[in-house]
Write a protein that binds this ligand. Structure first.
Ligand code: KG4
Ligand code: ZN
Length: 344
């Protein structure tokens, strides 16, 4: 059985995992840099890159030890080659290239977004193409029609902030700490989602995309007004985000034919209120709802190993000159969204 070593280092998690071509996870190790970035309330690229250098090799060794394997037993090396913070991406990709070269194994350069996009098939091996993927993370907010390995049609993206970013900024504004998503969700559970009137940008319009900048400004005004409890702002914010996600997803579901499932991935998919709302939406459209387990929703190396497995099975390997790419759209043919392209 083909064994794939996956490496991830594109943001603030360093990770290594071993996965088989039939989707068994033999080992997965992860080191988060949360503590290193906490004083800054966000990810500092230079700190991240240094931390990846220190963490990656020991994680690879630990993953191999967990699976009782050596590098010689690994058949394919898969490493994230972008998009993301370039310093971090280079650490993982160069490490992957060095291992591939030294051990004489093929390299698969994985798009981090493809890792998220295919991760539901690792969680549920019966999930067939094409499915509609709502990818909601710290750097992205996209609706993708996943038609096959390497075949993605982007139906919508954000024209300003990513949805996880909106959670993180809201947490910062409300003094809830970093990382913001889980903190906002916790506070929201204690608040009234109808207490604070907040906008739902682009909802009900023909524009397919997402926008969260106006919502963020409204949260800032609500926080500064001193009129509302933090919990009420958090709950109202989370409800506004859910309304936006549902409206845009509904639009894409109506426009897309032949789908096998509605799938969610990315760090914000860890939010239970978001998952509940999407579960209900899938039911309305008579589609199965698939969400990977929480640890597979946030950044990890198992999804990179799995994307490597899927690409390798499709005969897609890369040579050692493959560059690290800070920006790397999954669907290069997608029309550029107004205001997009600020973030990878
Ligand atoms: O996919 P991810 O781990 O990293 C990338 O951005 O690629 O996503 C991280 C994002 C952060 O913005 C974090 O605040 C958000 O996911 N997040 C959440 C929750 N858990 C993580 N947002 C809302 N509710 C959560 N429970
Ligand atoms: Zn991610």
């Amino acid at each position: 059985m083909t064994i794939i070593l996956g490496l991830e280092s594109s943001c603030d998690e360093t990770a290594a995992a071993l996965v088989t071509a039939d989707g068994r996870i033999l080992a997965h190790r992860l080191a988060t840099q949360e503590e290193a970035h906490r004083p800054y309330g966000g990810v500092v690229p230079e700190i991240a890159a240094r931390a990846h250098v220190e963490a990656l090799s020991p994680l690879i060794e630990a993953a191999l030890a967990d699976a009782d394997l050596t590098l010689a037993d690994v058949d394919v090396i898969a490493a994230t080659a972008g998009p993301g913070l370039i310093g971090g991406v280079m650490v993982g990709l160069v490490t992957g290239k060095a291992l591939a070269h030294a051990a004489g194994k093929p390299l698969v350069a994985v798009n981090h977004l493809e890792g998220h996009a295919l991760s539901p098939r690792l969680a549920d091996r019966s999930l067939a193409f094409p499915y509609l993927l709502l990818l909601i993370s710290g750097g992205h907010c996209q609706l993708l029609r996943v038609e096959g390995v390497g075949r993605y049609r982007r139906l919508a993206t954000t024209i300003d902030d990513a949805v996880g970013e909106a959670f993180d900024k809201t947490a910062k504004l409300l003094g809830l700490g970093f990382p913001g998503g889980p903190a906002v969700e916790k506070a929201a559970a204690l608040g009234d989602p109808k207490a604070v009137p907040l906008p739902r940008p682009l909802v009900g319009t023909n524009d397919p995309h997402f926008s969260f900048a106006g919502l963020k400004s409204a949260v800032m005004r609500a926080a500064q007004s001193g009129l509302h409890a933090k919990e009420d702002i958090a709950a109202s914010f989370q409800q506004a985000v859910i309304d936006c996600l549902l409206d845009r997803t509904r639009r894409a579901l109506i426009a897309s034919e032949g789908l096998t499932a509605l799938v969610v991935a990315g760090g914000v998919a860890a939010n239970q209120a978001v998952r509940d709302a999407l579960t209900e939406m899938a039911r309305q459209f008579d589609l199965p709802f698939v969400a990977p387990p929480l640890w597979l929703c946030t950044d990890n190396a198992a999804m990179i190993a799995w994307a490597g497995a899927e690409r390798f099975a499709a005969g897609l390997i890369d040579d050692l000159t493959t560059p690290a790419r800070p920006r790397w759209p999954l669907d290069p043919d997608a029309e550029k969204a107004r205001g997009a392209g600020v973030k990878a």
